[in-house]
Ligand binder design. Structure first.
Ligand SMILES: NC(=O)c1ccc[n+]([C@@H]2O[C@H](COP(=O)([O-])OP(=O)(O)OC[C@H]3O[C@@H](n4cnc5c(N)ncnc54)[C@H](O)[C@@H]3O)[C@@H](O)[C@H]2O)c1
Ligand SMILES: O=C(O)[C@H](O)COP(=O)(O)O
Length: 599
């Protein structure tokens, strides 16, 4: 067995030395078109841009206000056209004359923009974090790189969260409006104190941890809920990580800092408001969509929520006359989290450097769309790429809340010589699978290592060199997460890690091992894993519960230690079973534990 050092310290297994990450790769070598391209039947390498091919200075269209330092950097390299408040039609007309476009959250970079560019637009720079205003699929399809600036506005967003927290507690906005209206209502605007109160930070990432740090300075008792945050980071700030329900039940103030993902969409809703302390106060500088806004109005009117301070809304700007915005106990700001002079200068420099680097043909660490590898490597690796991402997704979903994922070991078993297998794409896809279910970050070949490092995620790779034919690039991939608890105890292998292993069979990725149990289930749809006492009739019992709900079972496999001893049953399902069906499965007496995993 050849054991390697952590990926950051070693030379990746490369077939094509020109792709080495240690020699600065260029866009033309690593930014081919997306696999999902609708216009091309087979993947192929696309030359996005290389500096040598630029005959004249490139043109950068800056469509929203950008800090001077960033503009100066751009001007050293390109012609800069600052045209703000363009209508969608005007943007489409201008774009055919531009090589790069820089926007904030106020400009929609739609498919039409890419279509109208006639292939000239090479880079879109988002001066900020969220890229929900950029059609990433279209960007990739048109061979256009999208880069963002993920770190420069963290402090500004945290400071705005604290500003809203304190302003809300002391009715600053309402009292200001009242004084300006000629009133002097000292009794009406008596506030509440922060010292000694419990603040629950929901989402303990970059912004959340900065908010926590500051709230501690205000004398608050800070707890946090983040199923994926490492406990030692929380401990270092003096913050206790708690469950979602505990956070809701014990908080006097709740501050939201999680990304908008399917799991966090409307996470504050009628049901969850009902679990909160009466009189709770809520701050949101994350994304409007994490709150069910109608439910918030009901919770305000029903006396559950005393006040809310909101910087972000489901629709921005919110429609005129919006009940939530007009509510007397709501403080609203127009998405100002990132809007400080300092943050905008920082973001401007971060995005200008990324755009100029990309125009020069360098690899961008903050690229957010989908670069691929050369066609021949891609064709061969394609099913393993799918397998890698799915194993990452499965492994992270097996982690118990509060565990914090920090150490991941990936083992590749292959008959190929180590330097004849490029694992960067596989590692990137495993990273993607590990991170994307728990964040709104896009992970790809370019930004995977950067993103993992930023999150304190250490991924080590190991090779097992097999005898036999090197015809197929890989025999199996194993993903192990160390130092965590699992919500499915049988997923922990004898060596103590959450372990999932997979192979490609007839071009289809299969899950072949969970913990110490051998299984065989094709990685399509979703999976239910059950640990049971091995006995006749189990497959039938679970199958009929699913059948009653018309959930199609695509695959079933049982891995057991010995006949009539413990076994793990893996069931592939095409649709998501209802909560009641899952409960019924859990209630089958011989089933000791089970978990439902989305692929
Ligand atoms: N208002 C603004 O102007 C502004 C500015 C910057 C960022 N933001 C928003 O703030 C949010 C946080 O940004 P960040 O830079 O700190 O991101 P981040 O990725 O550093 O942190 C997000 C954290 O949320 C956690 N998380 C994921 N799913 C969760 C869940 N279900 N429950 C609890 N936690 C969960 C992740 O583990 C991560 O630690 C994002 O939504 C971002 O778009 C808004
Ligand atoms: O995603 C972000 O960076 C913030 O929400 C800020 O957006 P803005 O650049 O429009 O201020």
């Amino acid at each position: 067995m050849a054991t390697s050092a952590p990926h950051a310290l070693r030379t990746p297994f490369l077939r094509n030395p020109s792709l080495s990450l240690s020699s600065k790769p260029t866009l033309s070598s690593v930014f081919p078109v997306s696999l999902s391209s609708r216009r091309r039947a087979s993947p192929r390498l696309v030359v996005v841009l290389s500096a040598a091919r630029l005959d004249a200075k490139p043109t950068v269209l800056v469509a929203e206000k950008l800090g001077e330092a960033g503009l100066d950097l751009l001007k050293e390299f390109a012609n800069v056209d600052c045209s703000y408040n363009l209508s969608p039609e005007e943007l489409c007309t201008k774009i055919s004359l531009c090589d790069a476009l820089i926007v904030r959250s106020g400009t929609k970079v739609s498919r039409e923009v890419f279509e109208s560019s006639g292939g000239r637009l090479k880079v879109v720079g988002r001066a900020g974090v969220g890229i929900d205003n950029v059609d990433l699929g279209a960007a990739t399809e048109f061979g256009c790189l999208v880069v963002n600036a993920p770190t420069a506005n963290t402090v500004a967003a945290a400071e705005h969260g604290i500003a809203l927290l304190t302003a809300m507690a002391r009715n600053v906005a309402q009292a200001d409006a009242s004084v300006k209206a000629g009133k002097w209502q000292r009794n009406k605007y008596v506030g509440v104190s922060l010292v000694g109160k419990t603040l629950a930070v929901m989402g303990f990432g970059k912004v959340g941890s900065e908010v926590a740090r500051r709230a501690k300075g205000l004398g608050m008792h800070v707890i946090a809920h983040d199923p994926y945050a490492p406990a030692d980071r929380a401990r270092a700030i003096g913050v206790e990580l708690v469950s979602f329900d505990e956070a809701l039940a014990s908080a006097d103030f709740i501050s939201l800092h999680m990304p908008l993902t399917p799991a966090t969409s409307k996470v504050l809703n009628d049901e969850t408001f009902a679990k909160m302390k009466k009189g709770v106060r809520i701050v949101n500088v994350a994304r409007g969509g994490v709150i069910d806004e109608d439910a918030l109005v009901r919770a305000l009117d029903g006396g559950i929520v005393a006040q809310a301070a909101l910087d972000v809304f489901t629709v921005e700007p919110p429609p005129q006359g919006n009940t939530l915005v007009l509510h007397e106990r709501v403080t609203a700001t127009p998405h100002l989290g990132a809007s400080t002079m300092e943050a905008q200068e920082g973001v401007a420099v971060e995005i200008a450097e990324a755009v100029v680097g990309a125009l020069k043909g360098e690899l961008a660490a903050t690229a957010v769309n989908a670069p691929m590898v050369p066609a021949e490597v891609l064709t061969e690796l394609k099913p393993y790429v799918v397998l890698a991402e799915k194993l990452g997704r499965l492994a992270v979903q097996l982690v118990a809340g509060g565990s914090g994922v920090k150490t991941v070991k990936v083992s590749y078993a292959s008959a190929r010589a180590p330097d004849d297998l490029d694992t960067r794409l596989l590692r990137a896809m495993i990273t993607k699978g590990l991170i994307e279910p728990i964040s709104d970050v896009f992970v790809n070949l370019v930004n995977a290592d950067f993103t993992a490092k930023q999150r304190g995620l250490r991924i080590t790779e190991e090779r097992t060199v097999l005898d036999g034919s090197p015809e197929s690039p890989l025999d199996s991939i194993q993903v192990q997460i160390a130092n965590v608890e699992s919500k499915f105890a049988s997923a922990i292998s004898e060596s103590g890690e959450i372990t999932v292993e997979g192979r490609v069979k007839d071009g289809v990725p299969h899950l072949t091992k969970v913990g110490s149990f051998e299984v065989d289930v094709s990685l399509e749809g979703s999976i239910i894993l059950c640990r049971q006492v091995d006995q006749p009739g189990m497959i039938g019992q679970v199958g009929s519960i699913l059948g009653e709900e018309n959930v199609n079972v695509s695959f079933m496999s049982v891995g057991r230690i010995a006949p009539r001893k413990q076994a793990v049953m893996a069931i592939g399902v095409d649709d998501q079973p209802s909560k009641s069906s899952l409960k019924r499965i859990g209630d089958v007496p011989a089933i000791e534990e089970f978990v439902f995993l989305k692929l």
